[in-house]
Design a protein around this ligand. Structure first.
Ligand code: UGA
Length: 450
């Protein structure tokens, strides 16, 4: 059992990581400056939605495996390893804002009392680990020893617990054998399939690749993963655009493409583009890292450009469906979070679409099962609801923006019988074209000529 502290423990990565380590039998003290979120977490409630999270959280609180605090010093007193999971948002120039992480390093410099492994979970530019180590070295004596390790996260929102307990790999970057030994102990129960509470996502037969490398390679592995994922999306969106122009069907193209084992079928869904707090931010940070090192990342610039254009493609589809003016036209946007299965609306392209359409005078009704409150918070004035039928009622145009299963199984014939007959734009290829045609609905599938 290792005593673990998590800084940024109420955020998405910090919370899933803290809960995950506690379930592996470690004693976790999770800290966040957001006192109201900490208060909720103490009672077993999370502002971050993740399927199954609150149930396991309450069990772990009951077993005293995890506790929450807004007092930073508590994490240090109680920890052999301190995981930093604070946010690193994009600055205006695309570089990562490291102020939160630097503040933690300065605090550690003044407070650290015994050997502690500082583990950076936040995605930070190459060089940041050295900067943290330099800050820590400013005042420390030899007895107050430390190591700074990179252990990037690969959690997908909405599947975070699956990704924690059944990860595709664990990457640890450090040159210190002492620190690597601490990390091996932390992950040992996971590699052996052992937990202190019942975890449905764990497969005790799984072989989890555990990779030890240097700090820079660990960090770049994370940036490379997100850059690759973003490139796949821009790639398929570009193919979808060409397909639409020349009369193809993007569903069939993706199927045929994915059959090549070198390519594979996953992460090739066309749509409005990649949103959320990670892909765009990390790609911009990687472009900045390249630029600072006199390297011209032409391909990644193109990936970002395609993503920006994608929003315009969807807006154009709506405009051409409605004729010259959107004034007072009712447009139903299905999916407000940046993707299905989460209540996270950060960098949601649906919200950007809403703002563009609103500015052109359209009347928008937004639907989401999980993110209504969050959407209204960042887009005051948005009429949003978790009632699907109410959202669709009277809509001139319906735009399906994510792959929420309830959208694919909508009973269109019932809607028609209630007098609802919108023009439907399917950006994700999730609706059944046969059903829509049979109901006499005019529709448009991004990437396909119908
Ligand atoms: C992403 C990565 O998938 C995680 O591995 C990584 O740990 C995380 O960023 C992070 O850096 O923290 P996430 O942003 O939660 O995870 O969500 P994704 O499932 O990757 O989706 C990102 C965006 O791409 C969403 O807007 C989604 O709708 C879009 N997308 C995804 C597509 O348009 N097509 C696809 O085929 C897949």
């Amino acid at each position: 059992m290792t005593k673990i502290g998590v800084i940024g423990g109420a955020g998405y990565v910090g919370l899933v990581t803290g809960v995950g380590f506690a379930a592996l039998g470690h004693r976790v003290t999770s800290m966040d400056l957001d006192a109201s979120r900490i208060d909720m977490l103490r009672k077993g409630s999370s502002a971050v939605y993740e399927d199954g999270l609150e149930r396991i959280l309450r069990q772990l609180i009951g077993l005293d495996q995890i506790s929450f605090t807004d007092d930073q010093s508590q994490t240090l007193i109680n920890s052999d390893a301190l995981f930093i999971a604070v946010g690193t948002p994009s600055l205006a120039d695309g570089a990562a804002d490291l102020s939160a992480i630097i503040a933690v390093a300065e605090w550690l410099r003044d407070e650290i009392q015994k050997y502690t492994v500082i583990v950076v979970k936040s995605t930070v530019p190459v060089g940041t680990i050295r900067v943290i180590a330099e800050i820590l070295s400013q005042k420390l004596t030899e007895s107050e020893d430390f190591d700074v390790v990179s252990n990037p996260e690969f959690l997908r929102e909405g599947s975070g617990l699956i990704d924690f307990f059944a990860p595709s790999r664990i990457i640890v970057g450090s040159a210190s054998e002492r620190a690597l030994a601490v990390l091996r102990n932390i992950y040992k129960p996971l590699l052996e399939g052992k937990t202190v509470v019942d975890v449905p996502w764990l497969d005790s037969d799984q072989e989890i690749p555990y990779v030890e490398t240097d700090v820079v390679s660990a960090q770049l592995t994370k940036y490379a993963a997100n850059a690759f994922l973003a490139s796949r999306i821009s790639f398929i969106n570009e193919i979808a655009g060409i397909s639409e122009k020349v009369g193809g069907n993007i569903g069939d193209i993706v199927f045929g493409l994915g059959l090549d084992p070198r390519i594979g079928p996953s992460y090739l869904k066309p749509g409005i583009g990649f949103g959320g707090p990670c892909l765009d931010k990390d790609l911009r940070a990687l472009i900045t890292i390249a630029g600072e090192n006199s390297f011209d990342p032409v391909m990644f610039e193109g990936v970002l450009q395609r993503n920006e254009l994608q929003l315009r493609e969807v807006t154009n589809k709506i405009t051409s469906a409605l004729g010259s003016s959107l004034y007072k036209k009712k447009i139903a946007l299905l999916g407000l979070a940046f993707k299905e299965g989460t209540n996270d609306v950060r960098e949601s392209l649906s919200i950007r679409l809403y703002k563009t359409l609103r500015d052109q005078g359209a009347s928008i009704a937004g639907h989401d099962f999980l993110a209504v409150r969050e959407a209204i918070e960042i887009a005051p004035g948005l009429e949003a609801s978790s009632d699907l039928e109410a959202t669709l009622n009277g809509a001139d145009v319906v735009v399906a923006l994510n792959a929420e299963p309830a959208y694919s199984s909508l009973d269109w014939s019932r809607l028609i019988s209630q007098g609802c007959s919108p023009y439907v734009i399917d950006t994700r290829g999730i609706l059944d074209a046969g059903v829509l045609s049979a109901c006499g609905i005019t529709f448009d599938v991004l990437g396909s000529t119908i």
